[in-house]
Ligand binder design. Structure first.
Ligand code: ZN
Length: 170
C-alpha cells in the first residue's frame, strides 16, 4: 500500500492554474513522512513565491495524523475529516473558539470512527488550524490507513457548530 502523504497547496495559484486549463499541474506539493523535514523548514509556492512556515502545532498535527486512519483536508470553509465510513467537518473557527456540539449524541457515537484518540486528536487538529490562513493555503492528509479514497469533489457538508453534525454514509 502507498504511504500516507501530506499535501500543501496555494489556493490562489491552484485556482489560476485550473482556470487556464493547467489543472494537471496543481500548485501543490506532497510529502511522505520521511520528507517532512523539508516541509518543516518552510514551504514556498513554486508559482507565486508565497511562503509558509509551519508552527510546532502544525508539525505535531501532521506527524500525528499521518499515522492515523482518517483523511483530513481543508477548504476555505474549514476542515473536513474522513474517517471510517464517517465524515465530519468543522468551520474555520476563530481563535480559541470551541465547537459547541462535541457533547452531542451523534459526535459521541461516531468520534471513534474519526479519530484514534478523539480527546487528544481533535484539540491537536483545531490548534494546528489556528496557524494557517485557509484563504491562502490548503492542506490534505491522505492516510494510507483509510481504504476509502479521498473524494475531492464530495459536495456533502456538515457543520458541527450548527448541529447537523455528521453524515453517516451508506
Ligand atoms: Zn502561489
Amino acid at each position: 500500500m502507498d504511504e500516507s502523504k501530506f499535501v500543501i497547496g496555494c489556493v490562489s495559484c491552484n485556482e489560476k492554474n485550473c482556470h487556464v486549463g493547467h489543472n494537471k499541474f496543481p500548485a501543490e506539493t506532497g510529502f511522505i513522512k520521511s520528507q517532512l523535514t523539508d516541509f518543516f523548514a518552510g514551504y514556498t509556492c513554486p508559482f507565486c513565491g508565497s511562503s509558509y512556515v509551519p508552527t510546532a502545532s502544525m508539525m505535531k498535527m501532521i506527524s500525528r495524523f499521518l499515522d492515523g486512519f482518517s483523511h483530513v483536508r481543508t477548504t476555505r470553509k474549514g476542515i473536513e475529516v474522513y474517517g471510517r465510513d464517517v465524515k465530519i467537518s468543522f468551520p474555520a473557527v476563530p481563535e480559541n473558539a470551541v465547537p459547541q456540539n462535541l457533547d452531542s449524541e451523534l459526535y459521541q457515537q461516531f468520534k471513534n470512527f474519526l479519530f484514534q484518540n478523539s480527546d487528544e486528536d481533535l484539540p491537536i487538529l483545531l490548534e494546528a488550524m489556528q496557524d494557517i490562513d485557509l484563504d491562502k493555503w490548503y492542506i490534505r492528509i491522505e492516510s494510507a490507513n483509510n481504504p476509502e479514497p479521498l473524494l475531492r469533489d464530495d459536495v456533502l457538508w456538515t457543520d458541527i457548530l450548527t448541529g447537523d453534525v455528521i453524515n453517516k454514509e451508506d
